[in-house]
Design a protein around this ligand. Structure first.
Ligand code: ZN
Length: 461
């Protein structure tokens, strides 16, 4: 099966060119001009006036995550289909080690959720809930199995929280085995004190989730984990960085030459703490770290421009407003934490980043696809290049559309961006050579997504 994509503007992280892309089977066979004259293809896709970009990679999703007595609503089937409609052709989801059990137990459970269900390729990070000697030894095995990244938390005491000693030991282990530690950096112990006091004062609305989690406590935890990593001789990647205080710490570390990396998420660029007002409606916007006051986002954009932030991921973790978020009516601490977003990232970043004048088209591709591929050990992804997987998006940079829960494909009953008009949309999406999205039409199939055995991060070599 050969597919020829003609007349597109090929946008890679490092260059923009004009030409045709020949897909043969699952990979890109040839890139050149006027290929139609010399090769015969089974299908031709006219990309005139459009961009051809590498399929986007979302390195932070939580399909079917158990949280606060319920589960994130998207399955690997519904969540990856929604991702594909939004131009994302690879996700890396977080397998969770259940406390007291092995990493293997958690990883097996995630394989069972994804295998036969995912519609696009996927990898796993491993959440370590419980650092023990046997768990440290298991980390080496997982790195060799292609699960090369591990997430720990300074937040959520009693659930995912690890103390500094545990974090330090895990960092020492990755310094030896070539893995990478990802950190949720907020001071959860102090935050829980503030949240408890806030609730006891009679403040129960979702807005107080936001004000209880000070950006200073994100900056403090970010600095702490960076310094732990420095001492352990390890690299560190800060997930969902939301606050200026945290960015300052990452920038400082990078200026010192330390291998510190970080991602932010669209919600921290496009939404603010004020979205959490409006009574219980604010529950739609409860995530951790929380949305920040409006003066933080401009700093995050600068961080993306200067490469102090290398990646934008979604932290996609959808809970219905009705029935799930509502579990926290009367107590903001009981609202499940997480927002839907896997479908919206590419377009939001195009609209706010490229149309908004912060990013070149190349930098946009780098942030949503190429840097995630390199940082997370996916050499066959993240570029329009001969020999790599034909994960491709024909992207219309001029199409205007409106984000809405009425039309999105995520299995969740609201959108954080309801009514927002954006410029730019994915027209045709290919996953390893197969067209899975054509306009509004779904042509993908459950089970077509493959587990990606990832290599060690290229940034660490
Ligand atoms: Zn997350």
């Amino acid at each position: 099966m050969k597919t020829l994509i003609t007349n597109g503007t090929i946008v890679n992280a490092d260059a923009t060119t004009t030409g045709d892309v020949l897909v043969d089977g699952e990979s890109i066979a040839l890139i050149g001009t006027d290929l139609g004259a010399s090769v015969s293809a089974d299908t031709t896709i006219d990309a005139g006036g459009k961009w051809v970009i590498p399929g986007a990679i979302d390195v932070h999703t939580h399909m079917e995550l158990p949280f606060g007595g319920t589960f994130a609503k998207d399955t690997f089937e519904s969540g990856t289909r929604a991702a594909a409609f939004g131009g994302t052709t690879t996700i890396i989801d977080f397998a969770v080690q259940p406390r007291g059990q092995s990493l293997r137990d958690g990883l097996d459970a995630w394989h069972a959720k994804a295998d036969g269900n995912a519609t696009i390729d996927y990898g796993f990070h491993m959440i370590i809930s419980d650092v023990r000697d046997d768990v440290l030894a298991e980390m080496d095995t997982l790195v060799d199995e292609g699960v090369t990244t591990f997430k720990l938390f300074t937040a959520y005491p009693g659930v995912f929280f690890s103390d500094d000693g545990a974090i330090f030991r895990a960092m020492q282990q990755t310094a030896r085995n070539g893995g990478l530690i990802m950190m949720h950096a907020e001071n959860g112990l102090a935050i829980d004190v503030v949240a408890g006091q806030t609730f006891d004062e009679g403040h129960t609305d979702p807005y107080y989730h936001g004000v209880s989690r000070s950006p200073v406590l994100e900056g403090e935890a970010t600095n702490r984990v960076i310094r732990l990593a420095q001492t352990a001789g390890a690299a560190v990647y800060i997930v969902h960085l939301s606050a200026r205080e945290a960015l300052d710490e990452v920038r400082q570390a990078r200026e010192e030459g330390l291998p510190a990396y970080a991602e932010t998420c669209p919600q921290y660029l496009f939404l603010t703490l004020d979205d959490m007002k409006n009574g219980f409606e604010g529950a739609k916007f409860i995530c951790s770290p929380p949305l920040r006051p409006a003066d933080h986002a401009p700093e995050l954009w600068k961080g993306l421009v200067h490469d102090d932030l290398q990646v934008v991921s979604t932290d996609h973790c959808p809970f219905d407003f009705h029935g799930q978020k509502e579990m926290g009516r009367g107590d903001f601490r009981k609202v499940p934490n997480g927002l839907p977003g896997v479908e919206n990232r590419v377009d939001l970043m195009h609209d706010g980043g490229v149309v908004g004048g912060h990013l070149t088209p190349n930098r946009w591709v780098e942030i949503i696809s190429t840097a995630p591929a390199r940082l997370f050990g996916l050499p066959r992804k993240g570029a329009v290049a001969v020999g790599v997987d034909a994960d491709l998006v024909v992207y219309d940079p001029n199409r205007r559309h409106t984000i809405s829960a009425q039309t999105h494909h995520m299995d969740v009953d609201y959108s954080c961006y309801e009514g927002r008009e954006v410029t730019g949309g994915s027209d045709v999406v290919l996953s390893r050579g197969k067209v899975i999205v054509d306009g509004d039409e779904w042509l993908g199939a459950k089970g077509d997504g493959r587990f990606l055995k990832r290599e060690r991060s290229e940034y660490l070599r």
